[in-house]
Design a protein around this ligand. Sequence first.
Ligand code: ATP
Length: 289
Amino acid sequence: MSDKTIRREAFAKINLGLDVVRRLPNGYHEVRMIMQTVGICDVLTFRKAASGIQLIVDKEELPSDQNNLIYKAAKLLMDTAGISDTKGVCITLEKHIPIAAGMAGGSTDAAAALLGINELYEIGYDVDKLKELGVKIGADVPYCIQGGTALAEGIGEVLSVLPTPPACHLVIVKPDINVSTKFVYENLKANELESHPDIDGMIEGLEKGDLKAITDRLANVLETVTVPAYPIIDEIKQSMLDAGAEGALMSGSGPTVFGIFTELEKAKQAAKRIEDAELAKQVFVTAFC
Ligand code: ATP
C-alpha cells in the first residue's frame, strides 16, 4: 500500500445575508444566502487502506461511524466510483470549527472528504460531479466544495460566484448553547416575515467593493426564531457593536455570532470584552478567506 497522505484544510463559512423565500412542500426551504468562507478550518488527512473506511476524530462528542458526514461522503464517492470492494481509506479529523454552530462544520468536512479521496485514488471526477454527489449529503456541501464568496439559492445548492468583500477583521463567537437547526426552521414563520434582507443590495455592494453597503445590509431571517429564544445572541451582537463593529449578525441557524471590524485593535478588544464577560469560551479573531 502506498504511504501517500493527502492533507486538506476544510474552511468554515458565515452568512453575510440569509433569506428564506418560502417553505417547500417537501419540508425544505427555498433560500437566498450570501456565503463567505472564513479563516477557521478543520484539518483532514487521507491515506489508502486495504479495505473499509476508518475515521479517527479528535473530539469525543463527534461520531466516528457512518453518522459522521465524512464517512457518508467517503462511502458515497467510493461506491459511485465502484472502488468500495477493492479499496479502503483511513481518514483523520482535527476539529477546530465550533460544532452545531451554523458554520457548516460537518458540510465542509464532507466536501474535503470528496475532494481528498478523489485525489487520493485519482478518481478523476470534476468539481461539478463532486458537487452533484455533495448535495446528496447536505445542501451546503456544494458551496463548501467551491468556497469563497457566493450567492446560494434553491435549497442552497444553486451557486453564483461573487466578488470577495473588501479586507476587514472578523470576531466570531460561539456561545455555549446548543441550537438545533431543525428547531429553528420548524419555528420559522416563513410566510409571515415582516421584512426580508436586501440580498440584491448586498450583491451590488460586493460588486462595488463597498464595505459599508455590505455591513449596512447584514441580515438573517433565522434571528426571528433564535434571538427571542436565546437572548445571549443579542447580548453578544450588542457587545460587538459597543466595541466598534461596523455590523454584527448571527450566522446560519446559529448560535454563532460574527462582527465585522475595520481595525484589528478594535476586533481584539471586542473579543477580550466578550471573554472577560464570560459570554462565550469559543472566540476567534480572523478574516474572510
Ligand atoms: P450548518 O451550518 O450546515 O447547519 P452546523 O455548523 O450548524 O451546520 P455541524 O457542526 O455541521 O453544524 O454539526 C451538526 C451535527 O452534525 C453535529 O451535532 C454532529 O453530531 C453531526 N456531525 C456529523 N459529522 C460531523 C462533522 N464531521 N463535523 C461536525 N459535526 C458532524
